[in-house]
Write a protein that binds this ligand. Structure first.
Ligand code: ADP
Ligand code: MG
Length: 290
């Protein structure tokens, strides 16, 4: 029997994008997850580019991105579809729509939309962002649909089945441990905090016309701050990018950055950390190599 499944052209290898700098191990894991058709679960410190990764994968592979931001109250069902009973009730009393046609009150959620696009033979990227925000049952409730890539709308009996699997990226800030059964079905990657060279490249992408000397000095001072012992919250990549923007706007002299920490509040967000940094003799620290 001929295979009637829709075929899509093979995807090119993903290697990051001009505006998203990805380490080699991250590129390799993304490509493995895509090839296996498994969800990619990405963990890492806040600000290490987990959410932006989904956009970069979509952009790099020329696919559309659908996003599902998870909140503490999100249920798995919300991702599949919602049945808008209130609209139907309103229509039955005041509207002129045929309320017997229940299908018009079914609103597909991001997961449902990704499957529907797959049913039409279109591959999309689906981001399930911050899965650890919801309660512990949430990942378990998703298991079956993510495995089968299909579901049935109970109210209409319509089956939506993704012949072409969406590329699913799931992010977690590791606030909660995820269930083993869920982990088993994913490809996992931990985004390590970037090393100095990678951080430099990321900064360059966001500040392409910044003064080389200022960027280098800012990066060194940022790494000194991150290396301070006992910080409650270490500053992240996104904070470094903001800090460099602030330094540029204020026209800070790069030489000053060896001994001072201007706009400390852009990097440090805890009172105890700013107090701690205020006591540091950065001039002395900058003499040391670390
Ligand atoms: N690898 C990277 N390449 C380019 N920009 C990055 C990268 N990592 C982080 N950033 C910057 O940091 C910001 C925060 O990234 P985000 O994806 O929101 O982090 P997370 O979701 O891990 O908290 C991004 O908007 C971007 O400006
Ligand atoms: Mg994020």
């Amino acid at each position: 029997m001929p295979d009637s499944r829709p075929t899509t052209p093979p995807l090119p290898k993903w290697r990051g994008t001009p505006s998203y700098i990805a380490a080699d191990d991250l590129c390799a894991t993304v490509n493995v997850a895509v090839a296996l058709g498994r969800p990619l679960l990405v963990k890492g410190e806040p600000g290490t580019g987990k959410t932006l990764l989904a956009q970069a994968i979509a952009q790099g592979l020329g696919l559309e991105l659908l996003t599902w931001h998870v909140k503490s109250t999100t249920r798995a069902q919300d991702g599949l579809y919602l049945y808008d009973t209130v609209a139907r009730l309103n229509d039955s009393r005041f509207g002129d729509r045929d309320v017997r046609d229940v299908a018009q009150y079914i609103k597909l959620g991001p997961l449902g939309q990704a499957f529907e696009r797959g049913q039409r033979g279109e591959r999309v990227v689906l981001l399930i962002d911050e899965i650890d925000k919801a309660d512990l049952e949430f990942p378990n409730d998703l298991l079956h649909e993510l495995d089968a890539m299909r579901f049935v709308v109970a109210e209409t009996g319509r089956e939506i089945s993704a012949a072409v699997r969406p590329i699913v990226l799931i992010t977690s800030n590791a606030e909660k441990e995820l269930p083993d059964a869920f982990l088993r079905r994913c490809v996992f990657h931990y985004i390590e905090f970037p090393d100095e060279a990678l951080l430099g490249q990321i900064c360059r992408v966001h500040h392409p016309d910044a003064d080389e000397k200022l960027l280098a000095a800012a990066l060194r001072q940022f790494l000194r701050v991150r290396a301070l012992p006992e910080l409650r919250k270490k500053p992240s990549t996104s904070e470094l990018i903001d800090w460099v923007a602030g330094l540029r706007l204020a026209g800070i002299d790069p030489d000053k950055l060896e001994s001072a920490l201007p706009f400390a509040g852009v990097l440090l967000k805890q009172e105890r950390d700013t107090q701690r940094a205020a006591k540091v003799d950065f001039a002395k620290l900058s003499q040391r190599r670390f």
